[in-house]
Design a protein around this ligand. Structure first.
Ligand code: ZN
Length: 369
């Protein structure tokens, strides 16, 4: 099934943030699948919004502060709830930091407050709602029938750069780990894999998994061992943000992006031919990491920015053709189907007017027959 909620559309320009992210990316996917006549073909049906998804799941508790604090530093979350010493300024600073709205000289960067039609501060509520979408997609995947492994594609989410105590790379909080840890806390899933296909290294996810493992006990987690059951794979550009020299120079050791994920695959510029065999091999390594135990759920961070027509300059070091993007997604999809593992897919990075294409064409291939 597909989880698509127009109310969660992130129109960054409404807040004065100038990013090459098309707010129409998700709606174009739905329009394309509708025109192709495949929206009623299993396993895509039905298309639900968050309210319908909640109803189907018996109205579960919404993502709340406790869910954020289970993963991120408590002081950081207090800042986002405007309870830090700086009040609302603290939240604004956190958003400025996550979206890099100021350059090193203190001048506005990709920020045009005069063009904003909504207060920047309100973006936080939409971000939390996006996290909820990721959680609901996981629940929908887990709750589907027994004969086929559950599958839910959420047209949102994927904030994989958000770190323990700060946002980064357009990501304020990490929906992937928040959803995964909530599912563990609710005993809905224990062993969870994260397969991150975005062009940029899932550096925040790697940091949070690592920190959860190292510090779970210190932070008073009720179940510190649960973090051990999250294994992550990231296949990404070998260089470029966040692995460019400038970022690495200022990043403290032992923090993202220095922290290695469980399985890391770096693709050098021009080495796109190695992408598929490396990914295939990476899934095998993930199995080893997981001590060959099958996961209860896999969250696929299905970034479209490796696509050769992606519109973000910083993702240009990886250029997969449309066919290869589809092949990539199908490889992961078929692998999970064969393993009989439910999966929640989230949209993650994708920039410019053609970012809808890899997801749209992949989903089109899933029609029955
Ligand atoms: Zn990306």
């Amino acid at each position: 099934m597909i989880l698509y909620d127009p109310d969660l559309t992130m129109t960054h320009t409404d807040y004065g943030i100038m990013l090459p992210i098309s707010p129409a990316r998700a709606s174009r996917i739905i329009d394309f699948l509708g025109r192709a006549g495949v929206l009623d073909a299993l396993p895509l049906k039905p298309v639900l919004n968050c309210r319908e998804a909640r109803g189907l799941l018996g109205n579960p508790t919404c993502i709340n502060r406790e869910d954020l604090e289970r993963v991120h530093q408590k002081e950081f979350i207090a800042t986002l709830y405007q309870e830090g010493p700086e009040g609302s300024q603290g939240l604004l600073k956190a958003l400025f930091n996550a979206y890099e709205l100021m350059d090193s000289q203190g001048r506005p960067n990709r920020y045009e407050p005069d063009l904003a039609v909504k207060p920047l501060i309100e973006l936080f509520h939409l971000i939390v709602a996006q996290v909820e979408g990721t959680y609901l997609a996981c629940r929908l995947a887990l709750d589907q029938g027994r004969s086929e492994p559950g599958f839910c594609y959420y047209l949102g989410g994927g904030m994989h750069h958000a770190r323990y105590d700060q946002g980064a790379g357009f990501c304020l909080i990490n929906d992937i780990i928040i959803a995964a840890r909530k599912l563990q806390a609710e005993n809905r899933a224990r062993r969870i894999w994260i397969v991150d296909l975005d062009a940029h290294k899932g550096c925040g996810t790697a940091e949070l998994v690592h920190f959860s493992r190292m510090r779970g006990e210190l932070r008073g987690d009720k179940d510190p061992a649960a973090a051990l059951d999250i294994c992550n794979l990231s296949i990404h550009m070998a260089k470029g943000w966040p692995l460019d020299d400038e970022t690495l120079q200022v990043a403290p050791p032992g923090r993202a992006p220095w922290i290695q994920g469980d399985v890391e695959i770096s693709i050098e510029a021009g080495a796109e031919d190695t992408y598929m065999p490396e990914l295939q091999q990476g899934l095998g390594l993930l199995e080893k990491c997981s001590e060959t135990l099958r996961p209860d759920l896999v969250i696929v961070v299905d970034g479209s920015d490796p696509y050769e027509h992606d519109g973000l300059p910083s993702s240009n070091l990886l250029k997969l053709s449309l066919d290869r993007c589809i092949e990539r997604d199908r490889l992961v999809y078929q692998y999970l189907r064969k393993q009989q593992v439910p999966s929640a897919w989230i949209m993650a990075g994708g920039y410019g007017e053609r970012a809808w294409e890899p997801t749209g064409y992949f989903l089109q291939t899933l029609q029955v027959g």
